[in-house]
Write a protein that binds this ligand. Structure first.
Ligand SMILES: C[S@@+](CC[C@H](N)C(=O)[O-])C[C@H]1O[C@@H](n2cnc3c(N)ncnc32)[C@H](O)[C@@H]1O
Length: 354
């Protein structure tokens, strides 16, 4: 059994623990957290969950076009740095680097930033040829980032930040906590979170709810400050603030490709995630000087930016199995009800200061 359970029992003996603290413990305990273990259950295909990257290179290929457009807009700088926080196995970076060519490929330097040790090992393998050619490098999460021209992009970073579920009970806000008897909703002062929720709904109905991610402003500030000029792009699942409130957002546990609300079980052995509040993310980015902010469904973003007719034609020349994989990848990311309609892409632009 993961030693986090003992640690948790000791914490619970002292009183209820807010769900966000349980999520932080389960994912980021320095030794036993799901994203901090050297060995263990952490994982994608065949393990607990998969991301858009497990489906094929379409996301990376489309992203490569957005990065190249940003490079053009910046006036074709000699070095275009693309920082990926929460880069995991480095597959998105690999797919981007495989997709680029010509002068843009010469300018692009990919920076993988993620302290997940198991993911780092996988990334060393996935990025090997690019690391050797100095087209990719690693950056530790506590390493200061020298401001650069280029892009910051991420896939499923913000949904992995510890988040606190809140619920409106008709007269007061309650937050989800874990007690020795199990999870409960307890009255608490929502402070800044409550003010944000109230400002983003026409009227609260009992059991409306949302999540509040305490670490979001700090991370947004750090990432936005690193970008001197260029594109900020993030892919994640979530909604605008009003839709989250109406839906009643909560924490989810992913284990062995099952998803449920048992966020307090199997700490360190299961993935925990929460919807991203895209309205808040955009508002924080705006506060950090980004402009032209907007977010759309991933499926629409792919259909808008990928030359699918041309790529479809090119796939016809591929061997049967490879052609089928590409077609499946396309369907998963563009058809209603599949991954492409559950995820959103947010883009923003940072102009160089004079
Ligand atoms: C759901 S995984 C996504 C991995 C990868 N982007 C993918 O799509 O396959 C979330 C990752 O974010 C990382 N992470 C969380 N907070 C981070 C931070 N502040 N900076 C960099 N990485 C972070 C975790 O270690 C974990 O590997």
């Amino acid at each position: 059994m993961n030693p986090l359970n003992e640690l948790l029992q000791a914490r619970l003996a002292a009183g209820p623990v807010p769900a966000a603290e349980i999520m932080a413990l389960g994912l980021y305990h320095p030794e036993h957290g799901y994203y901090r273990r050297n060995e263990g259950p952490w994982g994608f295909a065949g393990k607990d969950y998969y991301t858009a990257l497990d489906l094929g290179p379409l996301l990376g290929q489309t992203l490569a076009l957005r990065l190249e457009a940003a490079w053009e807009r910046l006036g074709r700088p000699a070095t275009f740095t693309a920082l990926e926080p929460g880069a995991g196995r480095g597959w998105l970076g690999r797919d981007v680097l495989n997709a680029v060519s010509g002068p843009f490929a010469d300018a692009l330097v990919y920076v993988h930033r993620d302290d997940n040790p198991a993911a780092r090992r996988a990334a060393e393998e996935a990025l090997a040829p690019f690391l050797t050619a100095n087209r990719a490098r690693f950056s530790a999460e506590n390493e200061p980032i020298e401001p650069f021209v280029g892009a910051v992009f991420s896939n499923e970073l913000f949904d992995a930040l510890p988040a606190q579920p809140w619920r409106w009970e008709g007269e007061r806000w309650t937050r989800e906590v874990l007690t020795v008897a199990g999870p409960q909703w307890q009255a608490a002062d929502p402070g800044e979170a409550g003010a944000w929720f109230a400002a983003h709904t026409d009227g609260l109905e009992p059991r409306d709810g949302s999540i509040w991610c305490e670490a979001l402003p700090g991370l947004v500030q750090e990432l936005a400050a690193s970008l001197e000029a260029g594109l900020f792009l993030t892919v994640d699942y979530g909604e605008s603030a009003d839709r989250l409130l109406a839906k009643g957002a909560d924490l989810r546990r992913f284990k062995a490709h099952g998803v449920d609300g048992r966020w307090h079980e199997d700490l360190g052995e299961a993935d925990l995630t929460a919807d991203v509040d895209f309205t808040r993310l955009a508002s924080l980015l705006e506060g950090e000087g980004l402009t032209e902010l907007g977010h759309i469904e991933l499926s629409k973003w792919i259909r808008t930016h990928a030359p699918l007719d041309r790529w479809g034609g090119e796939w016809m020349a591929l061997p049967e199995a490879e052609r089928r994989t590409r077609t499946d990848n396309l369907m998963q990311l563009t058809l209603p009800g599949m991954m492409g309609s559950r995820f959103r892409v947010l883009e923003g632009w940072k102009e160089k200061k004079d």
